[in-house]
Design a protein around this ligand. Structure first.
Ligand SMILES: [Zn+2]
Ligand SMILES: [Zn+2]
Length: 996
């Protein structure tokens, strides 16, 4: 796997992170974080089990990251956060893999090799990606217990699901019924709408739609001319043999028009121009829907099973519209939701015309029997054409649902299934499950908030009953047994019950073993004179795997058979997170199970992320190769940069984002590496720190300012993380690092190099800032946080051995700086003052820019506005910061300068010019030192080629300056081969440097 990542040279950042990983592993820091004292108790995190059917990509890593950031933060805040990995092992995704692996094309193929062999293969394939997942998840820095992971295929897990279904049976919420469902002809199973909507499996397809002529019987009885036809339009000609009725809207206006061939047709008035476009027609008569009700027509095909006194008539229905088609709807009760409801209402014959694989059965007209529905459409059209019953064929493009696993276009099909009654009232209660779900949803904290009453609220409000049976193989078997004679049903809630009923139980609860367990029905044994009971046999279906994911909070504990207390004190959960598509699946089903079983919410806080798309805006796809392997990116920029980039992104507010590798690079350069460089600067002088000087005692405005900013950071990050607002937390961190690096550290360089108290104050302050910053960054960027902490000797001197075992920095109350220093300025005033200093500096630098004078050239004076500065405390210190940054001799407060403006004197005297040149020269010497890799303190000799005595005079006047650059002596030469002369002191000068 990922050979690319292995061949690539790892960057320093990546190597540093790997060392931290080793450190965590060797010291067992994760477990220590679970075992440490947790004064605030348990913070309950539920981890939704992923399908391990492929390698993780950015999207799955995003889930892993947020599931790590929040627990790390809560741990630092004094909670214990148990983190147990789970694997979703069942269902169509894995079955599809098995089919591919074994080269199985149809359900018959599966039956040929046998369910046992099929399921054994599935079991062996389920965990094939486990190792890869572990590798990615560990490298991204997620702490989770893999070793002890739960699996939905475990007998204990299945037994808990059985227990749940038995509970729901007793509450009269589990029932068998027939409904029109989306059905996959290839997988031969119904699917839930949520499954189809989840991965947006609606695709635009173009099919030949047909407009069909239904001949009216005895038209004269209703005052209609002979040869009157009703036109109806359908995109699914295969449903026409099942036609039993036509539906009209009561108040829709219809017209009877005469066609060229002398026949008459009935169409909605509004649809006339679209339907009858090929040469009209005289309007003969206007009618409304009511007038057409009960009109009889001749069946399109002779299907004896569909005949009844209700069949082949026109009925009124409220689902009829004039949006498309003819305004008259062809109704085949078994193959449409509206059709089925109408059929039930009227009592139309309900006859299945298809087998499980969507081939016509023996009920269908003879010429269709055994044919697959889609393949038969040609024959149907041909047949109608030959009898002059086909009015028109025309291509029609529409959005159509496809199976999310095998890609087959789905059909609507009325199949018997088992349901959980979301719209039912539980036995002994007064509200429907749905009403309770809506009530409990009010208590859930949704991030982002709009999902609560928006997407999620809508899903709950429009939820149908939950179809939980699947006509498949590799899943929890439904624990439902039915008498083959009297149809009595028994639902079993445990293995013990099965043993009691059937005299035993299999070691493995999966099919086919479970199917062998049966017993004699006691009910019909009692009631029949012979005393012979029918056989209680398990209903063949398996359980929808979303029942399993939704049962995760209790089933992972094998509740209620074990860990009764454990589960009960961990419900409802405090926190879950997944991407937005799970709103209608995992979030919905877990909430549903919570209310169905326990009559309460299942989770209190839910973070929904958006979808991570590839840089091209498409879905991330391995086959398209439209994304970089995350491991490859991590080996360039590190996991911290990956984490920071995602946590700072609007994807954390459920918006879809394009994943761009450059953004990871930017997060590395502008956040992670920037902090590290700040630490590296501190490290140069770390040994000089006396260890006694306290940051609290500094009176330097830069120190006061950065300490106030640090407090601001802690406060804002705490508010953001408490609200699960990761982008806001990241923004606070990034802005602080920027201020710290580009202003504080830069302005403190000379202080750090100096000697005396001021040096000690800045070192003490830097140490405190980095130490605190490490803790604030720890949840988002755990690696750099640990590196800082360890390098600042965090692991020693009585401190916890890892930053992740430290408490979160204590939040101080506003005004803390004020109280701390027992003097002016107050915290907001120092923040305000420094902001003013920085804008003043940039104005003055703009002035230099306009005059074309480099910053290294000193200028004599800058005047700043009295209105802005006069009343500021620590004024002279602030002005000297400005003077240094702008490189002017003096900064004065002037009443002649307007607020917000500055007056920069750009006059250059000879003296100033010379000083500027000396600075340039010093700079050149420093560059030479760098080029030769001279360390601070290493002495050197400067070799100078010049014939100009004036230059020699200047240089000897610069002795002080040069000594500071560790130049011990200057050697003059007549030639310096290979060295470019520079313009200095109005002369040509070449210089070289030699280490002594
Ligand atoms: Zn399918
Ligand atoms: Zn019976």
């Amino acid at each position: 796997m990922s050979g690319m990542a292995e061949n690539q040279a790892k960057t320093e950042t990546a190597k540093r992170e790997e060392e931290i990983l080793r450190f965590w592993r060797e010291r067992d820091i994760f477990n220590k974080s679970l075992e440490k004292h947790a004064p605030k108790g348990e913070f309950v995190f539920y981890d939704g089990p992923p399908f391990a059917t492929g390698l993780p990509h950015h999207g799955s890593l995003l889930s892993s990251i947020i599931k790590d950031v929040v627990p790390r933060y809560k741990t630092m805040r004094g909670y214990r956060v148990r983190r147990r990995w789970g694997w979703d092992c069942h269902g169509l995704p894995i079955e599809t893999l098995v089919e591919k692996e074994l080269g199985l094309k149809t359900r018959k193929d599966i039956e040929t090799i046998g369910i046992e062999a099929f399921n054994e293969k599935a079991r062996s394939m389920v965990l094939q990606f486990v190792h890869d997942w572990e590798k990615y998840v560990e490298r991204i820095g997620r702490w989770v217990d893999f070793k002890n992971s739960y699996k939905t295929m475990d007998n204990t897990y299945i037994e808990s699901v059985w227990w749940a279904l038995k509970q729901l049976w007793e509450k009269e919420l589990l029932y068998e019924g027939r409904k029109v469902l989306m059905y996959c002809p290839h997988d031969e199973t119904p699917l839930a709408k949520a499954e189809i909507a989840m991965d947006n499996t609606y695709k635009d397809i173009t099919e030949e739609a047909v407009t069909v002529k239904f001949k009216v019987k005895n038209p004269e009885r209703r005052g209609l001319p002979p040869n009157t036809f009703i036109l109806a339009w359908t995109t699914t000609p295969w449903t026409l043999p099942g036609n039993v009725a036509l539906a009209v809207g009561t108040d829709i206006e219809y017209s009877l028009t005469k066609a060229d061939d002398g026949t008459y047709v009935l169409v909605a008035k509004k649809r006339q121009s679209d339907v009858l476009h090929k040469g009209i027609v005289i309007v003969d008569k206007d009618l409304i829907g009511k007038d057409l009700v009960d009109l009889e027509y001749e069946p399109l095909f002779d299907v004896p099973a569909l005949k009844s006194d209700k069949s082949y008539k026109v009925y009124a229905a409220d689902f009829v519209s004039t949006e498309e088609g003819t305004g008259i709807v062809h109704t085949a009760v078994m193959y449409g939701e509206d059709d089925y409801a109408l059929g039930e209402e009227i009592g139309l014959p309900m006859v299945q015309m298809l087998d499980a694989g969507a081939h016509y059965n023996d009920v269908a007209p003879e010429f269709l029997r055994g044919k697959y529905i889609k393949a038969a459409e040609k024959d149907i059209k041909h047949d109608l054409e030959s009898r002059d019953l086909l009015f028109e064929k025309k291509n029609h493009t529409h959005s159509y649902p496809h199976c999310y696993r095998c890609g087959t276009p789905l059909i609507y099909n009325a199949v018997p299934s088992w349901f959980l009654g979301i719209n039912k009232v539980p036995k002994g209660k007064r509200k429907t499950v749905k009403e309770r779900m809506l009530e409990e949803n009010e208590k859930v904290n949704w991030i982002p908030e709009h999902l609560k009453h928006g997407r999620f609220g809508n899903i709950v409000e429009s939820a149908p009953d939950w179809t939980i049976s699947r006509n498949r193989f590799w899943a929890s078997p439904l624990p439902i047994w039915k008498c083959q004679k009297c149809q009595k049903i028994e639902v079993l809630g445990s293995v013990a019950e099965l043993k009691e009923k059937a005299g035993g139980a299999p070691d493995d609860l999966h099919r086919p073993y479970i199917d062998e367990y049966s017993w004699k029905c006691e009910a019909c044994a009692r009631s029949t004179s012979s005393g012979q009971g029918g056989e209680m046999r398990r209903t063949p279906e398996v359980v929808d795997c979303w029942v399993e994911s939704g049962s995760m909070p209790f089933a992972e504990y094998h509740y209620p058979f074990e860990n009764k207390h454990e589960f009960e004190k961990r419900a409802p959960g405090d926190f879950i997170a997944e991407y937005i598509a799970q709103t209608r699946t995992w979030f919905y089903y877990m909430h549903a199970m919570g209310v169905l079983l326990f009559d309460r919410l299942a989770f209190k806080n839910v973070v929904s992320t958006g979808t991570v798309l590839a840089a091209d805006g498409q879905k991330i796809s391995k086959s398209k190769g439209n994304y970089t392997d995350p491991l490859h990116l991590i080996e360039m920029y590190g996991a911290d940069a990956m984490r920071f980039n995602l946590m700072a992104s609007p994807v954390m507010r459920a918006e879809d984002v394009r994943f761009r590798d450059e953004d990871v690079r930017d997060a590395h350069n502008r956040v992670i590496q920037m902090v590290w460089n700040c630490y590296k600067f501190f490290e140069l002088y770390k040994a000089d720190y006396d260890g006694k000087t306290k940051w609290e005692d500094s009176a330097h405005p830069l120190d006061l300012w950065i300490l106030a900013r640090l407090e601001e950071l802690v406060r804002n990050a705490t508010i953001a993380f408490d609200a699960y607002d990761m982008p806001e937390g990241c923004k606070a961190i990034k802005e602080f690092i920027d201020d710290y690096s580009t202003w504080y550290v830069r302005r403190s360089r000379e202080r750090a190099k100096s000697t005396g108290d001021d040096k000690q104050f800045t070192l003490a302050t830097q140490r405190h800032v980095l130490f605190t910053l490490a803790r604030v960054m720890a949840p988002i960027a755990p690696f750099i946080a640990e590196s800082l902490y360890q390098n600042l000797d965090g692991g020693s001197n009585g401190y916890e051995e890892s930053v992740h075992l430290r408490p979160w920095p204590e939040e101080k109350k506003p005004g803390f700086i004020d109280r701390l220093f027992r003097r002016q300025p107050t915290e907001p005033r120092i923040l305000h003052s420094m902001a003013l200093v920085r804008t003043t500096v940039s104005r003055a630098l703009e002035g230099r820019d306009k005059a074309g004078i480099r910053v290294r050239q000193p200028l004599s004076k800058l005047e700043v506005s009295a209105a802005d500065f006069e009343t500021l405390p620590m004024l002279s210190e602030l002005l000297s910061i400005i003077a240094e940054e702008v490189n002017v001799k003096s900064v004065t407060v002037s009443s002649g300068v307007n607020g917000g403006e500055v007056a920069l004197d750009t006059t250059l005297t000879d003296e100033l010019r010379l000083e500027g040149e000396i600075r340039e020269f010093t700079r050149l010497v420093q560059d030479l030192r760098k080029q030769q890799n001279l360390k601070p303190g290493e002495r050197a000799t400067l070799t100078v080629l010049t014939l100009d005595q004036k230059v020699k005079d200047v240089l000897s006047g610069m002795r002080e300056n040069l000594l500071r650059s560790s130049i011990d002596n200057i050697e003059y030469v007549d030639s310096l081969p290979g060295y470019e002369p520079h313009n200095f002191f109005s002369s040509k000068v070449a210089v070289a440097l030699k280490k002594i």
